[in-house]
Design a protein around this ligand. Structure first.
Ligand code: SAH
Length: 260
């Protein structure tokens, strides 16, 4: 049995109860780079943790190697937990892993997680929809190799009635903001970058399409980060709540609740 689990965006208390139960029953865990240490610390002692992240100078596995590892571990008869940041089916390649498991006749379950696009926005005071400001949300990837022909639907994305949430786009920030302006959004459209959203070291930059790149560079924001574009970003100062919380307002939920 393999449980494909979303670990949420960073704040360990955003883990679901189902995810926590699976982690507590795991016999081996395969995890990604974006899963926080606080969550890895919930894995019972003695349970092997296999790092399958990409980047950051650590040894990285190809997707094929990850798939094969999951298959081998499941066939060894152990309860496998595959732990991913955010939600496993939102830019997480969880569905590719599920397809391989299905093909190999291995039983699996999917435990959705809180995706960073919604949660990091909320922690930055940005509701992804708001009556009269946004009729919907587009979740898109901003990851493409530099200088490659960009095949995003810029015209569809440059819609002032929508909120755009762009994952993996920080490296292409300049190209993204200039294309959105070129395809019809005004340079004064509200836009934000949120780094390490929902974690205790969350940082954010609230600006406009024309000023975002410069302000992000000034603040030195890095990955993991999301770009959020649209009128709802303008609510961020009014709805800001996370940075103004005091320590005593937020005892860790894990310290106050015992899960059934
Ligand atoms: N499955 C994940 C997304 C994986 S793609 C999810 O549902 O959230 C990796 C990208 O997600 C990063 O490049 C970044 O754009 C975004 N991301 C993940 N965690 C984040 C966080 N805590 N703060 C900001 N962006 C985050």
């Amino acid at each position: 049995m393999v449980s494909l689990i979303g670990a949420g965006p960073g704040d360990p208390d955003l883990l679901t109860i189902k995810a926590l139960r699976c982690i507590e029953q795991a016999e081996v865990v395969v995890h990604d780079r974006l899963v926080s240490d606080e969550i890895l610390n919930l894995i019972p002692q003695g349970i092997p943790k296999i790092y399958a992240g990409k980047g950051c100078g650590r040894h990285s596995m190809t997707q094929d190697e990850i798939n094969q590892t999951l298959v081998n571990l499941a066939n060894s008869g152990r309860r496998v937990v595959r732990l991913k940041g955010g939600d496993p089916f939102v830019f997480g390649r969880g569905s590719e892993e599920a397809m391989i498991l299905k093909k190999e006749n291995i039983t699996f379950e999917v435990v959705p997680g809180v995706t960073s696009g919604i949660a990091a926005s909320a922690y930055a005071g940005i509701p992804v929809t708001h009556r009269a400001l946004s009729r919907g949300v587009l979740f898109v990837t901003g990851h493409f190799k530099n200088n490659e022909e960009v095949d995003l639907d810029w015209k569809g994305m440059a819609n002032p009635e929508l909120t755009l949430v762009i994952y993996m786009g920080l490296h292409n920030l300049s190209m993204i903001t200039s294309n959105l302006i070129k395809h019809g959004l005004t340079p004064s459209t509200h836009a934000a970058v949120i780094e390490n959203g929902t974690s205790s070291h969350q940082r954010k930059c609230i600006a406009t399409l024309s000023t975002l790149e410069q302000q992000v560079a000034q603040q030195g924001l890095t990955s993991p980060a999301l770009i959020v574009v649209g009128k709802v970003v303008g609510l961020s100062s009014e709805l800001e709540w996370f940075e103004s919380l005091n320590e005593e307002d937020t005892p860790p939920v894990s310290a106050t609740l015992s899960y059934p």
